[in-house]
Design a protein around this ligand. Structure first.
Ligand SMILES: [Fe+2]
Ligand SMILES: [Fe+2]
Length: 157
């Protein structure tokens, strides 16, 4: 399999911003987890740190990332429902697909420690997905919610 070795680390200053603060905050938090994982994955791939300790760190960060993504997507889904966003189906489906892919990567890592697969995910697949998704679905969802009276600074209870 052809693996792209280009390492994309997203910068919290330059990621796309949407009109609702709690969404932006969640995205910045996610980026921090992804970047932390990226460092450990690089160290493993370059052969600098293939210790059991690093394997555990990578596993823990993947779990932390998934545990952060589930409520991230749930909150956005709820925002769409509460504000009557017309493209709910499309946006929530993108979330479902992303979560499935995430779980597949984690299982593959748990089963055979395939670092290249994790690297491809964290450095290529996910950054591309994230930029595209935030720039389209999240952007439109936030815009629509604010247009329909949602306070940009409010959190979702
Ligand atoms: Fe989002
Ligand atoms: Fe989203």
């Amino acid at each position: 399999m052809e693996i792209n070795k280009t390492k994309t680390i997203l910068d919290p200053e330059t990621i796309p911003r949407v009109d609702i603060d709690f969404m932006n905050n969640t995205h910045v938090e996610e980026l921090a987890i992804a970047n932390e994982l990226g460092k450990q994955v690089s160290a493993f791939q370059d052969g600098k740190d293939t210790s059991d300790e690093n394997i555990k760190k990578i596993s823990d960060l993947l779990k932390k990332w998934l545990d952060h993504t589930i409520p991230h997507f749930e909150r956005e889904n709820r925002l769409m429902q509460e504000t009557g966003f017309p493209a709910y189906q499309i946006h929530s489906e993108e979330h479902d697909i992303a979560l499935n892919r995430f779980r597949t990567i984690i299982s593959a890592w748990d089963e055979n420690r395939d670092i290249d697969l994790v690297a491809d995910f964290v450095f290529t697949l996910w950054p591309n997905w994230f930029n595209g998704h935030v720039n389209s679905m999240d952007m439109m969802t936030a815009k629509f919610a604010v247009m329909n009276g949602f306070d940009p600074q409010a959190s979702l209870n």
